[in-house]
Write a protein that binds this ligand. Sequence first.
Ligand SMILES: [Ca+2]
Length: 485
Amino acid sequence: MKWCLFVASIIFGFWVGDSYFSSAADRPNVLFIISDDLTSTALSCYGNSVVQTPNIDSLAARGTRFTRAYCQGTYCGPSRASFMSGYYPHATGVLGYKNPRPQIGDRATWSQHFKNNGYYAARVSKIFHMGVPGGIEERGDGRDHDGGNGADDERSWTERFNSPGPEWRAPGDGETLENNADGKKPVVGGNTFVVVEADGDDMVHSDGKTSAKAVELLQQHRDEPFWLGVGFVRPHVPFVAPRSYYSPFKPYQNIQLPEKLVGDWDDIPRPGINYKTSKNMKMDLRRQKKAVGGYYASVAFMDAQVGKVLDGLRRAGLEDNTIVIFTSDHGYHLGEHDFWAKVSLHEESASVPLIISVPGKQPATCDSLVELIDLYPTLSSLCGLDVPTRLQGKDISRMLDDPTVTVREAAFSVAPSSKGFLIREDRWAYLQYEEDGTRGQELFDMNADPKQFTNLATSKEHADTVTRLQTKLAKKLAEVRDNDL
Ligand SMILES: [Ca+2]
């Protein structure tokens, strides 16, 4: 048997039985591109007809586009710590803006696992949490935090590179939209809705520098296996991009806002009302439309940077031996229910865009439920590395050959800051606040009500479904906490 496998390994260049590649040099590269705060609803390949994202679309056209991918935490810190460590937020207890190293000890993170297996592992800009804009801006507060590395984990990398940029200080026409009803507030920093139509070209900004550095690294490391993480900070606030990216979205008054329903909040429990709303941000319709336009311009700018990286991959001759992943750390509200930004566990915020392109595999659209935590085991499997049994995600690689494959009947996500939990099944989205649900429940029939306007949690007709999902959630949380940490 061993002899047969040996012969097969010579013929096919890898161990057929265990799908191990014969040596690290033959293994595919991994190019992991992650945008910050990007909702799939803003991408043309996910159906947006106003924003054009030709570069992300081109990746979708040759890879598998997942329509039901979910983050494990609905803001940067817990989401990134989760998919990089391979544990759910409630396993590590990383519910805020830290890296998971103290909790995982010597266990390898995703990129570190590849590094330990002979890969060059590098990141450009934000992969673990970094504050935006403060953590990446020149003169920003993040310069005082580990030299601008934010909540990064140094052991995950062979090398790491940051891309400081001017952010909200970029010269151009800027406006603060949030809490600025009288219009007297200047352009400010922080986690605030600001739009800047910036002077100059792409290279003025963090993401322009990130794409250039990534292209340089692809050339430099073309002759060795690599795991390269490229972290773009747009469309995270502030919405800053060169002027040219704004023209398709002006005049802003022509931007269509999501449907508004009278009494929409009446059946949502208080913790389910997102922390940023049109009301508490004091954004009138003009400001709301400009916020969407500014976000869209940031998406178009980020997409152009993705294009430069994909072009660099092609020019380095690496397209045929590189698995490319594109995703975001969580989704985003652009005015649905008059909610804005992240944290919410409603669909636009908890779901993420996810595209995985493996050379030689057929393009597809996959509607199976998947989670960002599945990336670590899946890419380990695809590259012939061992898949540590302690990982809490699932190997979804078979979906790349057959998009009808399913590996889970529900996705699980949390919003620690509102003590929120989400169980997303094929038909039902069940949201609960507090572990016992005492601060409220929401149940949506995603077939009949995909925009989540009618909370069915209090209807007698659906009491059994609520009980079933509440039990399922408690069981899932117990499984998450039953781990080797
Ligand atoms: Ca984020």
